[in-house]
Structure formats: C-alpha cells, structure tokens
Design a binder for this molecule. Structure first.
Ligand code: GLN
Length: 183
C-alpha cells in the first residue's frame, strides 16, 4: 500500500511517521507531478486551511484532487484537512464546519474520547481546531463527539477528525483509515 500525503504546509511529516510505524509506504505531494504517482489513499494534514486551499489552486492540484476523491479515492483529513474536505473548499464531505471553534483561550487541549468502531479512549490533541456543526447528508456518519460537538466523521471512503491523531502515540485512527482502504 502506498499513501500520498499532501505536503504543502502543516503537520505532514508526523502523518508519514505514523504510517511508516504501521509498515505503510508514503510519498509527499508538493506539485502536480507528485500527485500523478499511483496511490491507494490521501492524507490532508492539519495546518492552515486558507493557506493550503490557496496553494492547491495555485499549483493546479485542487481539481485533480477533488475529482479523485469524488471518484472514490480514500482520504483522511485532520483538522485543517477536515476543513479542506468541507464545502468551504473541496466540498466532497457533506459537513458544515466551525473554524477555530474553541476560542483563543481554549485553542489547544488534549482529551480522550470514544470513536465509533475505533476505540473507547482515543487520545485527541486539538490545536486551534474546528468542529463539525452538522452532518448534511445521511451518507455522513458521526464517529465521535467531545463536549457535544462532532469531532470525527466518515462518509464512504472519507474520514475526518478535528483532532490530530498523528501527534499522539496511538496508531488506532491511522489503522482505521488503512482498514477503510482495504475493506
Ligand atoms: N485553525 C486552522 C484552520 O482553520 C486549523 C488548525 C489545525 O489544523 N491545527 O485552518
């Protein structure tokens, strides 16, 4: 298995390390030529969604990525990656999103919570995180909530988390993404 990791900005290296620990090969997508390599899935990392969105357009990556996901390429978006999959950007995931949802004081925090089908005590690191205000279609399934807000969801082969599993030691969310690819 070979996973493309969008590497324009943000926490892409940590995702690669996590996948390497799980024995999976990765490559970085920095330009269109990288994207054209064969791949079994894509990770869109956390960082700054406005910057990543602008770079996707500037580099001609926006439309090819949007199309591949609509055609069923498995994708895992964390934090800014969740925002990029929402209707604010690529629009492949039927969710409405509140950016920087936890305010300045509570911008970053750590907790554990249950994630459906993944675990009862999944570590969750939030960094100026968004949350999902609402899932907008029955195809989109809520997987986790923290303090009454949706922080993980799945729609077909798309998985999103508002938190950063790549920053904790627990590999269960990445493993769940790999399972989703092969199921
Ligand atoms: N606040 C960032 C944004 O809106 C997301 C933060 C993150 O990815 N850690 O893009």
């Amino acid at each position: 298995m070979r996973i493309a990791v969008l590497a324009l900005q943000g926490a892409f290296a940590e995702h690669e390390q996590m996948l390497h620990r799980l024995g999976v090969e990765t490559f970085q997508v920095r330009q269109l030529a990288d994207w054209q390599q064969p791949k079994d899935g894509l990770i869109i990392p956390g960082g700054e969604s406005t910057t990543q969105g602008k770079l996707l357009h500037d580099l001609g990556l926006f439309e090819p990525i949007r199309q591949a996901i609509s055609e069923g390429l498995p994708v895992f978006g964390t934090c800014a990656g969740l925002i990029l999959l929402s209707p604010m950007h690529l629009g492949t995931m039927d969710i409405s999103v509140q950016r920087n949802a936890y305010g300045r004081q509570l911008g970053s925090f750590h907790t554990t919570a249950a994630v459906k089908g993944i675990g009862e005590n999944v570590p969750m690191t939030f960094i100026r995180a968004p949350y999902i205000k609402e899932v907008l279609s029955p195809q989109c399934e809520v997987l986790a909530e923290v303090d009454g807000h949706i922080v993980a969801a799945r729609q077909g082969k798309q998985l999103v988390t508002a938190f950063h599993p790549e920053l904790d030691q627990d590999t269960s969310v990445h493993q769940a993404f790999l399972n989703l690819i092969t199921e």
